[in-house]
Design a protein around this ligand. Structure first.
Ligand SMILES: *Cc1c(COP(=O)(O)O)cnc(C)c1O
Length: 359
C-alpha cells in the first residue's frame, strides 16, 4: 500500500533519550526546557527572529486572528484546508472569498481590492502547497487599505521568499507541525511575526492570557504544547536537510516520468525557493481524475484530492462565486511524496497514470 504521505520517524533511541530526560525532570508541559530548546533551534534553522511553538496549526491561526483583533470581514482564499476558513468563523469573522490564480492556486491579488468594504479588517491567505503567494502585491494592497495580513504558511517549512524565510512576511505567519507535514512534532504548530511586541502578546495568549504567575493581561486560550511533542521535533530536526534533499529528488523523478502525461502543474513563484512539500497534478477534467484515482486505488495507491472540496461550498457559509476554485478543486490531486517512498514506488504510480491515459 502506498499512502499520499507517511510521517518521518527518527531513530527510536534518539527519541527515547529525550524521553528519559523528561522522566527524570518530571516537567511534562507548561513551557518546559525542551519546548524552549526546540524554539531556539527552529529560530536558528529557519533564520527568523521570533516564533512561538503551539499545540497545532489551527490554534495558531485562531491566536493570530485574535492577536491582530480581526473582526467584521476578512478576505481569504477558498482553496485551502478547511481550518483556514473555520478559524475565521470560530473567531467571529466573516470570510469573504476571493478566487485563486489558476496558475498558482494562490489567492489572486488582482481580485482582492474589489472585495474590500468598510467592514474589511484583514487578509488571510494560504501559501498553497508551500508555494508563496504574490506577497508584494498583497502587502501593497494591505498598506493602501490599512488591513492586517496573516499568511497560513502551514505547508511552508523551509520555504524562502526573496532569500529569507517566508515566515518573515505579513503581520503574522502560521505553521503546522502536524505528522502529515514536511517537518513535524506529531501535533504542533508555530506562530511567527517580526514584531517582538506582538509575539509577546501571543505568548501570553498561548498561556490563558497570563503575563505573570498572578497577572492576566490578555484574553487567552490553552495553546501550549508538551515536552513530548518538542522531543519529537528535536529528534526530527537533525534529519530535515536529508528529508528535503530526498523530497526534491523524488519530485524531479516524478517530473521526468510524467513528462508525457496530459496534466498541468502549478507555477512556482520565481522569487521563492520551494520546499517540495507536495506533488499536485491538475487533470483536464474531473472524470479524468476519477478514472486515474480509481485505477490507483485498485493498485492500493492512495493519492489525495487536496484541496477538495472548495471552501466556498462549506455548508455553514453564504454562497460565493469562485468559479476557478470550484473547477480546479475537482481536478487536482496530490501524488504520494514522503521520505520513505522509493523510486520504484514512484515508477509504479507513474506507470499506472500513463496506462490510464493511453487506454
Ligand atoms: C495542516 C493545515 C492546517 C491545520 O494544521 P493542524 O496542525 O492540523 O491544525 C491549516 N492550514 C493548512 C493550509 C494546512 O495544510
Amino acid at each position: 500500500m502506498i499512502q499520499v504521505t507517511k510521517p518521518f520517524m527518527p531513530p527510536l533511541d534518539e527519541y527515547i533519550s529525550y524521553v528519559k530526560d523528561i522522566w527524570s525532570r518530571q516537567w511534562l508541559t507548561n513551557n518546559g526546557p525542551l519546548v524552549n530548546h526546540l524554539e531556539l533551534r527552529l529560530k536558528e534553522y529557519l533564520n527568523v527572529k521570533h516564533m512561538v511553538f503551539v499545540n497545532n496549526g489551527t490554534i495558531a491561526l485562531q491566536m493570530a486572528i485574535k492577536a491582530l483583533g480581526l473582526e467584521g470581514e476578512v478576505i481569504t482564499t477558498p482553496f485551502s484546508f478547511v481550518a483556514t476558513t473555520s478559524t475565521l468563523v470560530w473567531e467571529g469573522c466573516r470570510p469573504v472569498f476571493v478566487d485563486v490564480d489558476p496558475t498558482t492556486l494562490n489567492i489572486d491579488p488582482d481580485k482582492i481590492e474589489q472585495a474590500i468594504t468598510s467592514k474589511t479588517t484583514g487578509i488571510l491567505a494560504t501559501h498553497v502547497y508551500g508555494n508563496p503567494c504574490d506577497i508584494d502585491k498583497i502587502q501593497a494592497i494591505a498598506e493602501k487599505h490599512h488591513l492586517k495580513v496573516i499568511y497560513d504558511a502551514a505547508h511552508c517549512f523551509g520555504t524562502l521568499y526573496k532569500g529569507q524565510s517566508v515566515f518573515n512576511y505579513g503581520d503574522i505567519s502560521t505553521l503546522s507541525l502536524h505528522a502529515t507535514k514536511v517537518f513535524h512534532t506529531i501535533e504542533g504548530g508555530a506562530i511567527f511575526s517580526s514584531s517582538a511586541e506582538l509575539l509577546r502578546k501571543i505568548a501570553y495568549i498561548r498561556n490563558f492570557g497570563f503575563s505573570n504567575v498572578d497577572e492576566i493581561s490578555e484574553l487567552g486560550i490553552n495553546g501550549k504544547n508538551s515536552e513530548f511533542h518538542a522531543a519529537m521535533g528535536l529528534a526530527n530536526l537533525p534529519y530535515i536537510d536529508e528529508i528535503n534533499q530526498y523530497r526534491k529528488e523524488l519530485y524531479t523523478y516524478y517530473d521526468e516520468k510524467l513528462s508525457s502525461l496530459a496534466i498541468s502543474k502549478i507555477k512556482i513563484n520565481s522569487d521563492s525557493s520551494f520546499n517540495f512539500a507536495y506533488y499536485p497534478i491538475i487533470f483536464d477534467s474531473e472524470e479524468g481524475l476519477l478514472k486515474s484515482l480509481n485505477e490507483l486505488n485498485l493498485n492500493r495507491i492512495y493519492p489525495r484530492r487536496y484541496f477538495y472540496p472548495s471552501l466556498a461550498t462549506l455548508p455553514y457559509l453564504d454562497t460565493y462565486e469562485t468559479p476557478i476554485t470550484n473547477d480546479i478543486a475537482k481536478r487536482v490531486m496530490c501524488l504520494p511524496l514522503y521520505h520513505g517512498l522509493s523510486f520504484e514506488e514512484v515508477d509504479f504510480v507513474c506507470r499506472i497514470l500513463l496506462r490510464v491515459q493511453n487506454n
